[in-house]
Design a protein around this ligand. Structure first.
Ligand code: PQ2
Ligand code: NAD
Length: 183
């Protein structure tokens, strides 16, 4: 069954990341630009996570995961090579309606990370519903090639234009013409 792409407001939401390796680092880098409050729990973390921790961008509990870490989390990412831990966290989260991503098994995810094109407020998410992530990555590269390099600036210009006009048929027409000329 395909997964529905919903765009979630993560500003100030508490996100727990279990594990501090390569994959956890990629997930943290993906989440940070969206304003989440990220807490990593892991005995060891990568150099990049250490840099983010020292810069005050994330918090870090230097120890193994404990079940109490899940309390009040909005979203959890389990990036540890243990299917037992992933299953346990997923079951806990499912009962409490917490969003859970287990990096080793789509079966233990109630949301997955898409491949992302992110330029300003333009966000394109690509997924294969968990089937072949490498295809998502390839599709992202193709999409990056064919959209305007400055699509973020185009959005801001179009937004200013849109905000300066009353809603209605005329605004729809003007916006469509404005965008078509620049694509
Ligand atoms: C899109 C992207 C986003 C991101 O990570 O942020 C992403 N994986 C990426 C790359 C990638 N991941 C893997 C490879 C190696 C090739 C391969 O094995 O296939 C490559 C390719 C590469 O590195 O180029 C290995 C892998 N991934 C998962 C498993 C477990 C499994 O499938 O059972 C295993 C096996 C682990 C093992 O070896 O044991 C699972 C998931 N990976 C997902 C997302 C979710 C589904 C996305 C979708 O619906 O398409 C899901 C379900 C959960 C999740 O992670 O959210 C990112 C590309 C970012 C970009 O370039 O833009
Ligand atoms: N979903 C994806 O996109 C994707 C892509 C590639 C690999 N993977 C899978 O992701 C998993 C993690 O990969 P990695 O390269 O980051 O591994 P890694 O070994 O570099 O990192 C594991 C991290 O987990 C920490 N850890 C171990 N036990 C812990 C515990 N009980 N509590 C808290 N932290 C603990 C370790 O200190 C380490 O920081 C692997 O199982 C791999 O197969 C997923």
């Amino acid at each position: 069954m395909p997964l529905f792409p919903a765009f979630i407001d993560l500003k100030d939401k508490r996100i727990l990341v279990v594990g501090g390796g390569k994959v956890a680092t990629r997930k943290v880098q993906k989440l940070l630009p969206f304003g989440a409050k990220i807490e990593v729990v892991s005995p060891r973390i990568t150099k990049e996570l250490q840099r983010l921790f020292l810069a005050g961008k994330i918090s870090w509990k230097k120890r193994k995961f404990l079940i109490k870490d899940l309390r009040s989390a909005y979203m959890v990412v389990v990036a540890v090579d243990s299917i037992g831990l992933q299953r346990m966290v997923f079951n806990y989260c499912s009962k409490r309606k917490i969003l859970c991503n287990a990096v080793d098994s789509p079966d233990y995810c109630n949301f997955i990370f898409p491949a992302l094109v992110h330029k300003g407020d333009v966000v394109i998410g690509i997924s294969t519903s968990g089937k072949v992530p490498a295809l998502s990555a390839l599709l992202r590269e193709k999409i990056e090639e064919c959209i305007p390099k400055d699509v973020d600036k185009l959005l801001e210009e179009a937004y200013r234009l849109r905000s300066s006009m009353k809603k209605g048929k005329r605004r729809q027409r003007v916006l469509k013409e404005f965008l078509e000329k620049r694509m």
